[in-house]
Design a protein around this ligand. Structure first.
Ligand code: PEP
Ligand code: MG
Length: 540
């Protein structure tokens, strides 16, 4: 039995087999080999294995996201058969007498660089594909099974770190818990774990080399510990706790259908945060009154290219229709910082959290922004959609956004498709927006306070930096004063204000938020009923 402590991001408990997700940046070593033909035979076998994985991935993707999005796995199959690529690998093995892993990795880098340097955007985008198939081949050569969620039994995912795009691609039904060596509790991966209701521990000082697939693991988010190969007694204890948690959850179920009202009659909206269309199931399961934050950028992550207007329209429309008239607040693209997609070619920045991200990209690259706005406004004709803009710092930005919205409106009028200009609000997540919230309130329909970034920017603490978790204090008086100020300024103009950052689900503050007069709290679906319980027990 081996025990480690870590930082808990979702306080649940799970027991199950480990599934080790090895780092993608393989340390491929150059090795001298004797038998080049045997090495080439290894490449052939790896290609065959990779092809089998791609066929399975294609079938899974067709079922889950449709044929158009699944097509990329067909492209990968074709690329694996590309003669130039295969010849280059074999040639390097023969002439330089090097191992297959090295030849594949170097060929992958060379081809990828060549594609990245092309003028044609389509060919440019193939650079990432070449990297992807080369990584897959190296993994096959190393004998590492690709994480095959199709046939995998529900498991505890063990990894060095997980990026938001890796996390969104996982099959949520197959994940019992996450345990990672790195990561900060305020990262989007942690937020995703909370959203998915999955016990998760980060900052666990384990050695992935010593953990193997199938090893039994207990992840205890309540005690912030993970135990590998537990003794029978520990396992029984954990299973009893899981049962206890299940019963507590069942008790919460009795609150479904009940109002979010305090003992003295004050009401508040409790909505849920989502990142994908499939998350709507959690929203319904937990009886949220609406969706207070749909992080639309997750539609852009884990993809090879921009989602089209049609793809986005279908996603937004589907969510609006499923929510059947309940409010659905969709935030426009908040890409950048830890949420990266290669095809944006954002480049490296010294301070990405303070960099070219979110609304700044949309205001500079209005073609990208307009595609999303068109999709949103068209979808708004099918339900109760509101649009929300992230990372606002000035009234000029809001005015410019409204000009662009007007242009889009004109374009939609010209092609005569049904659309609606919905309610439009902004996120308050920069200290600048807080300080001018009186002026901003005159321009927009609502405020939603993004306490994750507001804490980062106010306390000058990088939310991604795991060393700073102990300093990251969203209970800081400055943050609470800001929330009060923003709410008061919204109300003075007859507008509503809510919180959609993680602090909204902090049960120690529910009473305080009610006292401040907040109109809405948007929390991860798993927290909806817990916050409802806190509201219903409050005397405010
Ligand atoms: C926030 O900053 O509080 C927020 C809700 O947005 P995100 O966490 O996606 O940056
Ligand atoms: Mg934010």
């Amino acid at each position: 039995m081996i025990k480690f402590s870590g930082k808990s991001v979702y306080k649940g408990i799970a027991v199950g087999p480990a599934a080790v997700l090895k780092n993608h940046d393989f340390q491929v070593k150059r090795e001298k080999i004797e038998d080049a033909e045997a090495e080439i035979q290894r490449v052939e076998e790896a290609v065959e294995k990779a092809q089998e994985q791609l066929v399975m991935l294609y079938d899974k993707a067709v079922k889950e996201v449709g044929e158009a999005s699944a097509a990329i796995f067909e492209v990968h199959q074709m690329m694996l058969e590309d003669e130039d690529y295969r010849d280059s690998v074999c040639n390097m093995i023969r002439t330089e007498q090097v191992n297959a892993e090295y030849a594949v990795a170097v060929t992958g880098d060379n081809f990828s660089e060549m594609f990245a340097g092309m003028d044609d955007d389509y060919m440019k985008a193939r650079a990432a594909d070449i990297k992807d198939i080369s990584n897959r081949l190296v993994r096959c050569l190393c004998g590492e099974e690709n994480m095959d969620f199709g046939s995998m039994e529900p498991s505890v995912i063990i990894a060095e770190d997980l990026s938001p795009s890796e996390t969104v691609q996982m099959d949520k039904e197959k994940i019992l818990a996450f345990v990672t060596v790195h990561g900060s509790t305020n990262s989007h991966t942690a937020i995703l774990a909370r959203m998915m209701n999955i016990p998760a521990l980060i900052g666990v000082p384990m050695n992935l080399e010593e953990i193997h697939n199938g090893q039994t693991v207990i992840v205890d988010g309540l005690k912030s510990e993970v135990i590998f190969d537990p003794e029978e007694e520990k396992r029984r204890e954990a299973e009893a706790k899981i049962q206890e948690e299940k019963e507590k959850l069942e008790l919460l179920q009795t609150l479904k259908g009940k109002e979010n009202v305090t003992l003295s009659g004050r009401k508040i909206h409790i909505y849920a945060n989502i990142g994908s269309v499939s998350d709507v199931a959690y929203v319904m399961e937990n009886d949220a009154g609406g969706i207070g934050l749909f992080r639309s950028e997750f539609l852009y992550l884990g993809k090879e290219d921009f989602p089209t207007e049609e793809e986005q329209f279908q996603a937004y429309k589907q969510v609006a229709q499923m929510m059947a008239g309940k409010k659905v607040i969709i935030r426009t693209l908040d890409i950048g910082a830890d949420k990266q997609a290669d095809y944006f070619h954002l480049g490296n920045e010294e301070n990405p959290a303070l960099g070219y991200r979110a609304i700044r990209i949309c205001l500079k690259q209005t073609d990208i922004f307009k595609v999303q706005l068109r999709a949103l406004m068209r979808a708004a004709a099918y339900g109760n959609i509101s649009i929300m803009y992230p990372m606002i710092t000035s009234t000029e930005e809001v005015r410019r956004i409204f000009e662009i919205v007007k242009e889009v409106q004109k374009e939609l009028d010209e092609i005569q498709v049904p659309y609606k200009v919905p309610e439009q609000g902004i996120m308050i997540e920069t200290p600048a927006a807080v300080m001018i919230s009186d002026e901003l309130a005159e321009l927009v329909d609502f405020f939603s306070i993004g306490t994750n970034d507001l804490t980062q920017y106010t306390l000058a603490i990088d939310r991604q930096n795991e060393k700073l978790d102990d300093f990251y204090n969203p209970h800081h008086k400055a943050i609470l004063k800001m929330i009060r100020m923003v709410t008061e300024n919204a109300h003075k103009c007859g507008k509503w204000a809510g919180i959609c950052g993680e602090l909204g689900a902090d049960l120690e503050l529910t009473e305080e938020f009610l006292k401040m007069g907040l109109d809405e709290l948007s929390v991860s679906p798993s927290m909806v009923l817990k916050v409802r319980k806190a509201v219903r027990e409050s005397r405010v």
